[in-house]
Ligand binder design. Structure first.
Ligand code: HEM
Length: 543
């Protein structure tokens, strides 16, 4: 400090300091800018259709920095409408290319070469570690191969009773707390989704007696909240700044709760696995691995017609049990830490995505009474006035409900952007453009699903968009709410099954009215698409 003061006092040049300093700085920046512009990365990037008003050095960073998440979302829509299917952005010297044409989307997502996630995913690391959402290369391949069979239909069917219990608990809660009043239904769908995941992923039932399961569920929801905040408040993203926030301290405490409980359950489940082995219990996982292999080779297809609805309590295991089993069968390939990372990843990926889909679904039914009536009519046809719970076979009959869910996923795709970093040059399919090595590619399902070529009236909520004949006419990559290709969502079937059980049960019990029209929904897209104005609906009991 004293050296600086001495320098300032003694230097008669001090008054001129800002001038020469600025000159040197400008010169250096100009040199850097010129050098950068001569690289192949910049040259190829500049050939792509870009945003207007690109500044030297800063690129388009200012356009994004001073906007709220809702404004960014509106801005992205505006840019898409003006710009079309390819938009280049320079965030300082980082090239980001937004691709919306399904042919280009296929080039990236359909390939086995572009599987690496972009640097933005590092925010998840403290919680998800190097789990399947983030990891890459051989680790991703091995883990994915182990995890895929745990979502096999034969295993998912065993969860139907859990899904039913969870849906009926939610009906009871809503009946007791909100019938006839305006409520933000997301508060309820979010908590119900954590509960159902706790039981099917971890094997824990949330009970009033077990405080740790309550704390765990709350910690999971709060961690999702912190991740959202870090996405929204850009200054919170760098780790060195985040360390000074109160959310950092809260994160440490939440992660402590999450990791402590997961570790103790892994220990317990390992012992249970040994016991099951001793007893010679038949493993659902081993059978699922074989079935998955056959299905992948096209030698078998999932058997929807099987009527094994009533899989007993005893046979049902959680995802965590299967991970332990996979790890043992494959010769201890997963450490406890890796199992924990995968369990946390599945909880994170499954939670908000399913919760917002349920919330948007209810709001949409509230806006379109005719759609709601059609869903209800389908339930009356299936259940014939009985109040029995849903079976797996019932879900196969819910064709209209399925189309409504898919249309909700089209219009309000929960994951607003999927990103990849490109490690080799890529020629696009839609035009004569090359993405240079190192490009961050952003693929926004929300915009892809609004392409008038594939959805002539994209703002109209129309479940018939998912009639088989319409789907056949569309490009496969024009509907990507679950991503697509080798790194698509492993939980897709789980999500659809659970959503059908939950939403059919809610429709059988309640009539929904929305207090806001679709055009007035205030959408906010950070990690997960949400409504910043809340998911406000009124529920009325049907009987
Ligand atoms: C409506 C519900 C869901 C939607 C819309 C959805 C969407 C997606 C999307 C778009 C991705 C790709 C993300 C990316 O590349 O950045 C993804 C990945 C993933 N999802 Fe889902 N998801 C849903 C439900 C679930 C559920 C219920 C689970 C598990 C219980 C799950 C587990 C995963 C996992 C583990 C990945 C990472 C796969 C990989 O990178 O290999 N998802 N999901």
């Amino acid at each position: 400090m004293s050296i600086v003061v001495q320098f300032l006092r003694s230097s008669s040049d001090f008054l001129f300091f800002p001038g020469w300093f600025l000159c040197v700085l400008t010169g250096l920046l100009a040199l850097y800018h010129y050098g950068f512009q001569c690289t192949r990365y910049a040259k190829l990037g500049n050939k792509l259709p870009g945003l207007p008003f690109t500044l030297p050095i800063l690129g388009n960073a200012l356009m994004v920095l001073n906007k709220t998440p809702t404004e960014i979302f509106e801005y992205a829509l505006k840019v898409y409408n003006e710009q079309g299917n390819i938009t280049r952005l320079w965030l300082m010297n980082k090239l980001v290319v937004v691709l919306v044409d399904p042919r280009d989307v296929e080039v990236i997502l359909g390939s086995n070469s572009h599987l690496e996630k972009s640097s933005e995913y590092h925010l998840f690391e403290p919680w998800l570690g190097d789990g399947i959402l983030i990891n890459k290369g051989e680790k991703w391949r091995t883990h994915r191969k182990m995890i895929v069979p745990t979502f096999h239909q034969s295993i998912l069917k065993t969860f139907v009773p859990v899904f039913n219990k969870n849906a009926n608990d939610l009906v009871e809660l809503l009946r007791n707390e909100v019938v006839g009043k305006v409520c933000d239904v997301h508060d309820y769908t979010s908590e119900a989704t954590v509960d159902v995941l706790l039981e099917t992923v971890m094997g824990i039932k949330k009970t009033k007696e077990s405080k740790s399961s309550f704390d765990y569920a709350k910690a999971v929801m709060d961690m999702c909240g912190i991740l959202h905040l870090r996405h929204v408040r850009l200054w919170m993203r760098p780790d060195f700044l985040f360390r000074f926030t109160k959310q950092f301290k809260e994160q440490i405490s939440h992660l402590n709760i999450i990791h402590t409980l997961t570790d103790s359950i892994i220990k317990k489940k390992k012992l249970e696995f040994v016991e099951r082995k001793k007893k010679g219990d038949v493993s659902l996982y081993e059978a699922a691995v074989k079935e998955t292999d056959l299905e992948e080779q096209g030698l078998s297809s999932p058997r929807d017609d099987q009527s094994d609805d009533n899989v007993g309590e005893k046979k049902r295991l959680a995802f965590l049990d299967f991970m332990i089993e996979a790890s043992q069968i494959l010769g201890n390939k997963l450490s406890d830490e890796e199992i924990r990372e995968e369990v946390n990843t599945i909880l994170f990926e499954g939670h908000e995505t399913m919760a917002v889909t349920s919330s948007f679904f209810l709001c949409i039914l509230g806006v379109y009474p005719d759609v709601q009536e059609n869903v209800y009519q389908e339930m009356r046809d299936i259940f014939q006035g009985s109040d029995r719970t849903v079976t797996f076979n019932d879900t196969l009959e819910m064709k209209y409900l399925e189309r409504v869910i898919l249309e909700v996923l089209r219009m309000f795709s929960p994951v607003p952007v999927i990103t990849r970093i490109i490690r080799e040059e890529v020629k696009l399919a839609s035009g004569d453009y090359i993405l240079p090595k190192g490009t961050t590619v952003a693929i926004p399902p929300f915009l892809i699903h609004r392409n008038t070529k594939h959805y002539p009236n994209p703002e109209k909520f129309d479940p018939d968009n998912f009639l088989p004949e319409r789907c056949q006419q569309r490009h496969y990559y024009s509907f990507v709410p679950f991503s697509a290709g080798p790194r698509n969502c492993v939980g897709r079937k789980y999500a659809m099954l659970r959503l059908k059980v939950l939403l059919s049960t809610l429709v059988r019990n309640f009539k929904v009215t929305s207090v806001v029209d679709v055009k007035d929904f205030k959408l906010q897209g950070d990690i997960i698409l949400k409504r910043s104005d809340g998911f406000r609906v009124i529920l009325q009991s049907r009987n």
